[in-house]
Design a binder for this molecule. Structure first.
Ligand SMILES: *[C@@H]1O[C@H](CO)[C@@H](O)[C@H](O)[C@H]1NC(C)=O
Ligand SMILES: *[C@@H]1O[C@H](CO)[C@@H](O)[C@H](O)[C@H]1NC(C)=O
Ligand SMILES: *[C@@H]1O[C@H](CO)[C@@H](O)[C@H](O)[C@H]1NC(C)=O
Ligand SMILES: *[C@@H]1O[C@H](CO)[C@@H](O)[C@H](O)[C@H]1NC(C)=O
Ligand SMILES: [Zn+2]
Length: 314
């Protein structure tokens, strides 16, 4: 009796939590896997060794195995505070982003957004080149969060409008299936591409992305990793790109009730592939810069609006 009462309460709590959860979900599992797989292929030896040291043993040495960890835990009560770290809400129809204006959660806590999280977790890793965490942060968690959030910030609708929760409240049809625009960009475009062009084989799609965008990884990295001066990370740049792409491609022709079919799918797919490639290459560049032995990583600081980031002083 007591047991079933407790479990009924637990279920009620779970249901309540499900409804309270913020709508924004990230790139689906496939997207995050692809990004981390691409990044793994571009790591320096030093970075590879450090990543392996930090990964829990059940990852089998593969960062890609745990790139959706941040999504799995966010539904757990202890980790609920991490929900706002997966996205940025920007003012409706502005099509631009500013750290001070936009990087906060709905209760105005500063730095609680995906750009703030990238600064935070890359700074934790940079401050511990020997992987001994003097400051008491868990560096395994820092690595997994950083790897996941570098993916999220490249999904255009993770830097979408506040009013529609990054497309979550825009109900559309994806071919015949009812869904929302955010989910189309997290998952459906990738899933449809997998089925239509890759026999549902994710490694074939990853290989195709590599062939298209990363034939010359060094060139791709240097053209994409365009952080100002010597910064290790520049999430503000990626966020600005994303909201621009959201306006030009994601929201366009995707009004509530619209049916999105081949025309939308085939014209947006190249952009989705490019964002996966960019996220992977930039994640690799970041980890290489943090973990390359023998030289201290460049400081994590943004010349833009540095006063908005409280954790920098603490
Ligand atoms: C790690 O990657 C290797 C090689 O791709 C694969 O054989 C293995 O199953 C992966 N392990 C996990 C836990 O994903
Ligand atoms: C930075 O990371 C730590 C460890 O996860 C967390 O406790 C803290 O709230 C984070 N700070 C921000 C501003 O995200
Ligand atoms: C670090 O975090 C991981 C994932 O949450 C956890 O499994 C591990 O036990 C933590 N390590 C320490 C030393 O607390
Ligand atoms: C890059 O960092 C080095 C050493 O910290 C510094 O001397 C140099 O001026 C920096 N370059 C730029 C463009 O900020
Ligand atoms: Zn996410």
């Amino acid at each position: 009796m007591a047991r079933s009462a407790v479990s009924a309460r637990t279920w009620a709590l779970i249901l309540v939590l499900l409804f309270l959860l913020p709508g924004a979900l990230p790139w689906g599992k496939e997207g995050h896997y692809a990004i981390c797989k691409i990044a793994e292929g571009l790591l320096s030896e030093g970075a590879q060794a450090s990543v392996k040291k930090l990964l829990p043993s059940y990852a089998g040495g593969n960062l890609s195995a745990l790139c959706s960890w941040a999504d799995q835990i966010r539904h757990n009560f202890r980790w609920r505070w991490t929900g706002p770290l997966h996205y940025i809400d920007t003012p409706d129809f502005a099509c631009n982003y500013g750290y001070c204006r936009d990087c906060h959660d709905t209760t105005a806590h500063k730095d609680r957004c995906v750009a703030g999280a990238i600064y935070n977790y890359s700074a934790q890793l940079s401050a511990s080149p020997g992987l001994n965490s003097q400051h008491g942060y868990n560096l395994t968690e820092a690595l997994l969060f950083l790897s996941h959030f570098m993916g999220d910030i490249h999904q255009p609708l993770h830097v979408g409008f506040a009013g529609d929760e990054g497309g979550n409240t825009i109900i559309v049809r994806w071919f015949r299936r009812k869904t929302n625009l955010h989910h189309v960009w997290d998952t459906m475009i990738i899933e449809s591409a997998l089925k239509k062009f890759h026999g549902s084989d994710l490694s074939s799609m990853i290989q195709a992305i590599r062939t298209k965008y990363l034939v010359d990884p060094a060139a791709a990295i240097s053209s994409w990793v365009n952080c100002a001066s010597n910064e290790t990370v520049c999430p503000d740049t990626h966020a600005s790109e994303s909201v621009g792409l959201a306006c030009r491609y994601a929201y366009r022709n995707a009004t509530p009730g619209a049916t999105l079919g081949d025309e939308y799918f085939l014209s947006r797919l190249p952009l989705v592939e490019k964002r996966l490639a960019q996220a992977g290459a930039r994640l690799a560049a970041t980890l290489n810069s943090i973990f390359t032995a023998g030289r201290p990583p460049p400081p994590i600081s943004s010349p833009i609006e540095p006063l908005c980031r409280e954790w920098e002083q603490g």
